[in-house]
Design a protein around this ligand. Structure first.
Ligand SMILES: Nc1nc2c(ncn2[C@@H]2O[C@H](COP(=O)(O)OP(=O)(O)OP(=O)(O)O)[C@@H](O)[C@H]2O)c(=O)[nH]1
Ligand SMILES: [Mg+2]
Length: 194
């Protein structure tokens, strides 16, 4: 049996603005999703640190890929969000260059992509592009439906059923940063993939 990985022992490794800065020495667990969907919030919850990954009410500000070293066992990778309307053309080009280059150059480092969807919004066009890309590239992924606390019981069941029918073969984990729902399940899923 391997050594028990301590998720709490997570610290920033590098905030990469260029492809050459991206580390290759440990496997990557990647967090992907729209800007403001809750990627940084989810990472903080997983590692039980409120202020590790920067969360904000004004999303999409910095275009870097942030690598968090977890117990020298793997990196949690916080991608810059997509679909942020107020980005300039130059910022959009920077996003595409960095994120597309990352998936192209580091496919073999990626153990799992945690694809976040807002449970209330459902899958957007950009989300579907991302999911189709992972399907066609054979990248293992799990879907986390965020902000589950914003829906009542009926809405919640309907939205989960929709997501499930759109992605029948993929694990789907409802998550709420307020209640902590889904945190343990995702922790177990990640550790299983490492
Ligand atoms: N109610 C509720 N709010 C949430 C939840 N998760 C995240 N939020 C809020 O959503 C906002 C955006 O969260 P972030 O974690 O910064 O989102 P992000 O995906 O990292 O955004 P970018 O870094 O811009 O790509 C913050 O105000 C969070 O507090 C959740 O489960 N429930
Ligand atoms: Mg973020």
């Amino acid at each position: 049996m391997g050594k028990q990985i301590n998720l709490n022992n997570t610290k920033i490794a590098i905030s990469a603005g260029f492809l050459t800065q991206i580390p290759r020495d440990l496997p990557h667990v990647v967090f992907s999703g729209r800007s403001n969907v809750g990627k940084s919030t989810l990472i903080n919850k997983l590692v039980r640190q409120n202020k590790l990954a920067r969360t904000s009410a004004s999303p999409g500000k910095t275009i870097t890929i942030n690598f968090y070293d977890t117990d020298t066992a793997f990196y949690l990778v916080d991608l810059p969000g997509y679909g942020y309307a107020k980005r300039s053309e130059a910022e959009k080009r920077k996003w595409s260059g960095l994120v597309e280059g990352y998936f192209k150059n580091h496919a073999s480092d990626i153990r799992l992509v945690v694809q976040l969807l807002d449970l209330k919004v459902g899958a957007t066009g950009d989300d579907l592009l991302m999911i189709n890309f992972m399907e066609s590239s054979n990248i293992p992924y799990v879907i986390v439906a965020t902000k589950a606390d914003k829906l009542n019981k009926t809405q919640r069941e309907l939205s989960l059923q929709n997501l499930k029918s759109e992605n029948p073969d993929c694990a789907l984990i409802p998550f709420s940063s307020l209640s902590g729902e889904g945190t343990d399940e995702l922790r177990a899923h990640i550790l299983n993939c490492i």
